[in-house]
Design a protein around this ligand. Structure first.
Ligand code: ADP
Length: 287
């Protein structure tokens, strides 16, 4: 009789703790939602004034009536480049909060491949020159002229790869290479070229490389291979985790091959039509 009573009180206690846990889980979910909403709103509010500052700093840097001294011109350029860094950071925080809330949506449209490669070359040639790195941009012949993807997001991923490659390379070269994806690499990552071909964008550098033990973690938000107080390189560790999610939302993926002290290659595999790949993903998930 005693034992029965004991069991009953125990199971009542278990029931009570279960309810407590459920309550906490709900509260946690709610505050996580608040956090994402707050970040999204804040980022938006921060971007608007920063945008006007950037436009004005650009206007000053142009020095179109030639009235600025060399020092003043230097300051204006500095304001513009620091403002641009800040804008990227704010956009990254906005993207991460959207990823967490499952609210990142792609705007699929035709992207011209030649133009995409040329605009990346224009943007990064000065960075390479400044660090005295060789910069090669190459595109395999007879690829399609356009692909269906999110053109801005494609640029964002490749800019992330290229700015990392330039940042973590002190000498040698950075190469941006566009080619058709090989069937063996698609197989490894469970992508199927049966319905449509895939392209591969490689960014290859001769930089510091990434230790095997840290190669998985670099794709996690806020994770940096070079962490701790003696950090040499700036950054937030957000870029690659966003890029990875963007690639997935476009029906593709990203992988990394790297050797410490020798260099890294980041590869983006992308279907020629993201709509087809997304429909396939949804099909597979429904089954
Ligand atoms: P961030 O560059 O802002 O730190 P990322 O998410 O773009 O953030 O990169 C995460 C980390 O991955 C970097 O801090 C660096 O440790 C490592 N990494 C990325 N690209 C390279 C590269 N090309 N060479 C060496 N390390 C890299």
């Amino acid at each position: 009789e005693n034992q029965k009573q004991l069991l009953e009180t125990q199971s009542a206690e278990v029931e009570e703790s279960k309810m407590e846990i459920e309550k906490y889980a709900e509260q946690l979910e709610e505050s996580s939602r608040y956090k994402s909403e707050f970040l999204a709103n804040m980022s938006h509010e921060l971007r608007t004034p920063l945008n006007s500052m950037l436009i004005l700093a650009q206007f000053l840097s142009d020095n179109s009536n030639g009235t600025l001294t060399e020092d003043e011109l230097d300051y204006a350029k500095h304001i513009h480049s620091s403002g641009t860094d800040l804008m990227i950071l704010i956009s990254d925080i906005l993207d991460i909060s959207k990823v967490e809330a499952g609210k990142l949506s792609m705007q699929i449209a035709p992207a011209l491949l030649v133009e995409t490669m040329e605009s990346l070359e224009r943007d990064f040639r000065p960075v390479a020159d400044k660090k005295k790195l060789q910069f090669h941009v190459q595109t395999q012949a007879d690829l399609p002229e356009t692909i269906q993807t999110d053109p801005m997001r494609l640029q964002q991923i490749l800019k992330n790869f290229l700015s990392n490659a330039m940042k973590f390379t002190e000498q040698g070269s950075v190469t941006l290479n566009l080619r058709e994806a090989h069937s063996h690499e698609l197989e490894i990552y469970a992508l199927s070229a049966e319905t449509q071909p895939y392209l591969a964008f490689d960014v290859i550098d001769t930089g510091i490389g990434i230790k095997a033990s840290e190669q998985g973690a670099v794709f996690n938000a806020f994770e940096q291979a070079d962490s701790g107080i003696e950090r040499k390189y700036g950054g937030t560790g957000l870029g690659l985790s966003i890029s990875k999610e963007l690639a997935r939302l476009l029906g593709g993926m990203i992988y990394l091959v790297s050797k410490e002290g020798e260099g890294s290659t980041f590869t983006l595999l992308l279907p020629v039509d993201s709509n087809v790949a997304i429909a396939r993903q949804e099909d597979a998930e429904a089954r």
